[in-house]
Design a protein around this ligand. Structure first.
Ligand code: FAD
Length: 380
């Protein structure tokens, strides 16, 4: 067992960072986890909105569900299922063809992997892992710089506002953002990790494609009874690629019917070409919400007026979901090693982009990063 005074910093509370932090802590390593946003989950977040009548509306506006085909992931998922953190989403799914304006390809039972969802929201697992014994989580803290102190043989972390976040024997960067030029376009500063510190990893990290997507959260007072499925992909639409009924998931409130729609990547790229990479304005989000909703309405599904609608932009989704049962990896930069690793500096970089662009790939990568660090720290 490693002394629990051995400190490791994990940057990012998405599922890869959260799984990594929890595994490190279970191995006796004390972890401080930093997350820029107010809560855990990253692209497995749950969004809280309020309708005009004051009613709370919750939406899984990122990943709607995940699969567990990998043995290690399945082991973890069974543990989470036993704790009531996840459950199977047993509903019928299909595909809608925008040319014929008809549902096609009904999913055949038994051919598709089980779909898991967090309970009561997709962020439940990350939330639980970030609060396990041995993990100290700091939300709303953006890491602005990862500095390697050669003489001390330690990492020093500095916040975006220049505050000292502490010194650590090892670091896990659980988001490609720490090396991405996109960090600069959002913050106006250089990315936290200077790639000249880890030249061998730099080649792999240089060219990770990111794909944008808009999600539309909509709520209706009454169920959309003309739609025979609770989730469907949409083909031959220039605007929409996916729709699911969020309130049909287990453990959700059914006081309203809530749907989440995803735009096509091409639609999102067109909007970004017009408006830029910076945070979208309210006017842009309102226009996008209107256009995505109009596309749904024009599909001949007898859609009533919603009591709430709002768009959100995701701008880092390296994902080609041809069909939600089978994620097609757009890229993976460490398929064998599962994470990037610098043994001398005890730096691991993990996330979905290392293995496959889905929750399962992110979990596998987080497990690998924790294992590398545990091995090397146990020899110190
Ligand atoms: C719209 C959409 C639909 C999807 N559909 C599916 C699906 O059906 N099935 C599926 O399996 N997957 C799906 N995915 C993909 C899935 O959500 C991701 O693969 C997975 O959640 C990635 O986890 P991660 O930990 O690698 O990264 P993230 O979840 O992106 O986590 C990274 C975290 O790091 C934080 N961070 C970054 N930089 C810093 C910093 N400097 N300081 C502090 N914190 C920082 C970020 O705020 C973020 O919380 C979907 C994603 C989206 C957006």
């Amino acid at each position: 067992m490693i002394m629990n005074s051995t400190k490791v910093a994990v940057v990012g509370s998405g599922i890869s960072g959260a799984v990594c932090a929890s595994n490190l802590a279970r191995n006796g390593i004390s972890v401080t986890l930093f997350e820029s946003t107010r809560g855990p989950g990253g692209r497995m977040s749950q969004r809280r909105e309020v309708a005009e009548d004051g009613k709370e509306l919750l939406f899984d506006h990122g990943a709607p569900f995940f699969n567990a085909n990998n043995t290690e992931v399945r082991g973890l998922v069974h543990e989470w299922e036993a704790k009531g953190l996840v459950a199977c989403w047993r509903e019928k799914f299909g595909c809608f063809d925008r040319v014929s304006n008809k549902f096609v390809d009904l999913e055949q039972e038994g051919l598709i992997s089980k779909r898991y969802v967090g309970i009561p929201g997709m962020n439940s697992v990350c939330r639980a892992l970030c609060h396990e014994p041995g993990v100290e989580s700091k939300f709303g803290v953006s890491v602005g710089r990862l500095e390697w102190l050669e003489d001390e043989n330690l990492w020093s972390l500095i916040g975006l506002d220049g505050q000292n976040l502490g010194q650590f024997k090892g670091v896990v960067a659980a988001d490609k953002n720490v090396v991405s030029p996109r960090f600069t376009s959002v913050t106006g500063r250089p990315p936290p990790l200077d790639l000249s510190l880890v030249t061998e990893l730099a080649v792999k990290l240089n060219d990770i494609p990111v794909r944008p997507c808009f999600a539309l959260m909509i709520a209706f007072a009454e169920p959309l009874s003309s739609i025979p499925f609770k989730g469907f992909s949409i083909k031959n639409s220039e605007v929409l690629s996916w729709a699911h009924c969020d309130s049909s998931k287990p453990g959700r409130s059914t006081s309203s019917e809530r749907w989440v729609l995803h735009s096509t990547m091409e639609y999102a790229q067109t909007i970004i070409a017009q408006t830029g990479l910076q945070k979208p304005s309210n006017a842009t989000l309102t226009k996008v919400a209107e256009e995505l909703f109009q596309e749904l309405q024009s599909m001949g599904l007898n859609i009533s007026q919603p009591l709430f609608k709002k768009a959100h932009r995701w701008y880092a989704i390296p994902l080609d979901f041809v069909d939600r049962g089978a994620a097609f990896p757009a890229t993976s930069i460490a398929r064998e090693e599962k994470c990037l690793w610098d043994k001398n500096k005890r730096l691991a970089i993990c996330g979905d982009f290392c293995v496959s662009p889905d929750v399962e790939g992110a979990i596998v990568s987080g497990i690998a990063a924790a294992s590398k660090l545990t091995d090397v720290l146990s020899c110190l």
